[in-house]
Design a protein around this ligand. Structure first.
Ligand code: NAD
Length: 457
């Protein structure tokens, strides 16, 4: 099938590359010329394991292209994905201006061939109808002899940054919302190889489950709500275990053991039960806020979701509280951060807890050093101009009064903590993800402080 993906960020690029890999003819569009040039040269502008390999292979087979020319891409495609960003406005609601701009481009360029417009972006509930209206109003202004025919489908995305390729080929479900049987059946045809697991083998993809993928078909509003509900539930689950960690810390229980004990209950499940210094990233914060805002619009006070956010806001600064407990005065002290991104295997710093942590340490007069395998230059975020970015473990710990593990990058489990302890003023480790072995750290000479678990050393 001929597919166009508009917006080539973490979602759009991965979607386009994966659809090309299963044999569709894909044209990816972005209005960022520099980004398009990079992609045209076969390089991915984002870090995502396995992405470059399948991107280059699809390009060499001739079924993946990149362009800034949105009109031609729209006219030549049967299925048009909208995959632009929907960041949060200061009010918490979703900023839909990029979706609106794309909908206008579609109305402007759509031709006689029937097309399916797919909302892949996470959009406020009701946006499917809104996109249809925008496209129709653009079409009306063109005074065409025959009105182009199209339908809008909501197809929310559930991939996780860091395992986006695997997740796209191995989804827990595919959600398709819409009221046109023609559009829904074209979407099912598009995804058939993924649903049936008939995917060309590639080392980058890894081993896939053998079972067919469930396809959930709903109305537009329900599909849009599913996306917000899923992220809000996951964020709430993390805030729940973080709240429990704070109780464990006070009563002398170990939240890691508690999480294991409750996670084995199949009604609860063991995923998203790792206590730490809070959730972040480009999705959870903005999606929970957007759902709270939608509820407010309808006069409903989403108390549980508001509490989920409140617990997270406090949790993000828990490492500072723990640093103050051991170091007392932070002014003039040097704190080294292990990791900056909101989770491992991504270079995405959007709304990462590290940003709040750095702001607070700056405010209290501490000097901040940081090491992150993928963030090694300050252009990733303005806050990094206040941080000494280090490129080696030795460079990070040298002269530090304490360390805070912010991101559970795998390499942190393999560092030589015996050697590192010797280079610090005071070997203190706040393990913000309960990721390191407390006994190993204590044996290496560290005073180890986890989240919601007994200290060691
Ligand atoms: P992103 O910011 O990484 O990428 C958006 C891209 O759209 C950018 O490359 C930008 O240049 C491009 N763009 C903006 N306006 C455009 C226009 N008019 N024409 C062409 N290109 C345009 O965003 P993302 O993280 O990929 O997220 C996209 C959507 O998917 C959001 O709604 C997000 O909530 C949702 N989502 C994201 C994730 C994730 O893990 N990042 C997961 C699930 C869903």
């Amino acid at each position: 099938m001929r597919v166009c993906v508009i917006g080539t960020g973490y979602v759009g690029l991965v979607t386009g590359v994966c659809l090309a890999h299963i044999g569709h003819d894909v044209i990816c569009v972005d209005n960022n010329e520099a980004k398009v040039k990079v992609m045209q040269s076969g390089t991915s502008p984002i870090y995502e394991p396995g992405l470059s390999e399948i991107m280059q292979s699809a390009m060499s087979k001739g079924n993946l292209e990149f362009t800034t020319n949105v009109s031609t891409a729209i006219a030549n495609s049967q299925i048009l994905f909208i995959a632009v960003g929907t960041p949060a406005l200061p009010t918490g609601e979703s900023d839909t201006r990029y979706v609106e701009a794309v909908a206008r481009s579609i109305g402007f360029a759509i031709n006689g061939e029937y097309k399916v417009i797919v909302n892949k972006s996470t959009v406020p509930i009701g946006s499917g109808d809104w996109v249809r209206q925008i496209i129709n109003s653009e079409i009306e202004q063109r005074n065409l002899d025959t009105t182009p025919q199209f339908d809008v489908v909501s197809n929310p995305e559930f991939l996780r940054e860091g395992s986006a390729i695997y997740d796209t080929f191995n989804p827990d479900r595919i959600v398709l919302g819409g009221n046109s049987s023609e559009a829904l059946s074209l979407m099912k045809e598009l995804y058939q190889p993924i649903v049936e697991r008939a995917i060309p083998a590639n080392d980058a993809i890894g081993k896939l489950s053998a079972e067919t993928v469930p396809v959930v078909t709903t109305d537009l509003n329900s599909a849009e709500t599913i996306k917000y509900a899923a992220n809000s539930f996951l964020a709430t689950k993390i805030s729940f275990i973080n709240e429990l960690a704070n109780i464990c810390g006070r009563v002398g229980a170990d939240v890691v053991q508690v999480a294991q004990g409750i996670g084995l209950d199949s009604r609860i499940g063991n995923k998203f039960l790792q206590a730490g210094i809070g959730w972040g990233g480009s999705c959870f914060p903005k999606d929970v806020s957007a759902l709270i805002h939608t509820a407010d619009d309808y006069g409903y006070d989403a108390q549980l979701l508001k509490a989920t956010v409140r617990v997270n806001t406090t949790q993000r600064l828990l490492a500072v509280e723990k640093l103050q407990q051991v170091l007392k005065i932070l002014k003039g002290k040097t704190v080294g951060l292990l990791g900056l991104t909101f989770k491992p295997d991504t270079d995405d710093l959007r709304d990462a807890p590290a940003i709040n942590l750095i702001e607070e340490l700056n405010r209290l007069g501490a000097k901040v050093k940081a090491y992150d395998p993928l963030i090694q230059s300050p252009e990733h975020h303005s806050i990094l101009s206040t941080v000494d970015l280090e490129t080696t473990p030795d460079g990070l710990v040298n002269g530090c009064d304490a360390l805070v593990l912010v991101t559970n990058w795998q390499e942190f489990a393999n560092w030589d903590y015996v050697q590192l302890a010797k280079q610090m003023n005071t070997p203190i480790m706040i393990d913000g993800r309960n990721y390191l072995d407390a006994n190993v750290l204590a044996a290496a000479g560290f005073y180890y402080i986890g989240i919601g678990r007994p200290t060691a050393g």
